[in-house]
Design a protein around this ligand. Structure first.
Ligand code: ZN
Ligand code: ZN
Ligand code: ZN
Length: 167
């Protein structure tokens, strides 16, 4: 056997049953198809989606009280229309339990397909990176590591000051 140098390393990407963009790696370290292929990893192109859209995105009612049960029969267009990096399904449906919940909570219908909604959630998470920062409480000199980048608008306290503040 020829030495390939992988002993002691993490499993090489050619052993992975998944393509890079199907894994959490794409959520945390998003890369383009070109970058992924250049690293010697696989990329999965999403299959072409052809749904018979019966409701355009701009026809979605703004108010859940103005939404009738007939919404359950609609194939609703996703606002991203497949033009994003979230594997957009391009369309989605509303199921009865979902409609019931939205009515109960007085929340309007979603405008994105479930995959794009997941994409939006992931983008709200802090990156997998720690910055060394000072406590922003006046008079406190504590320093710590935080996933809140220094250029973000949030006020960041050390653990002690935070606990005093919320106590
Ligand atoms: Zn979508
Ligand atoms: Zn999207
Ligand atoms: Zn502090």
């Amino acid at each position: 056997m020829k030495k390939a140098g992988e002993y002691g390393e993490f499993f090489p990407p050619e052993l992975s049953p998944f393509a890079y963009n199907e894994t959490l790696a794409q959520d945390y370290f998003p890369k383009t198809k070109e970058q992924v292929l250049a690293m010697g990893m696989r990329w999965r192109d999403s299959a072409e989606k052809k749904y018979n859209i019966t409701m355009k995105n701009n026809q979605i009612p703004n108010d859940i009280r103005a939404t009738s049960d007939s919404i359950l029969d609609e194939i609703i267009e996703c606002a991203h229309g497949g033009n994003c990096s979230d594997h957009c399904a391009t369309a989605f449906r509303i199921i009865p339990q979902e409609l019931q919940f939205l009515r109960k909570m007085d929340i309007p219908l979603p405008r994105l397909c479930p995959l794009c909604r997941q994409g939006e959630r992931v983008r709200l998470r802090n990156p997998m990176h720690l910055w060394h920062r000072k406590c922003m409480k006046l008079g406190c000199n504590n320093e710590f590591e935080t996933s809140y980048a220094p250029d973000r608008p949030e006020i960041v306290y050390c653990e002690q000051c935070y606990n005093n503040e919320v106590a």
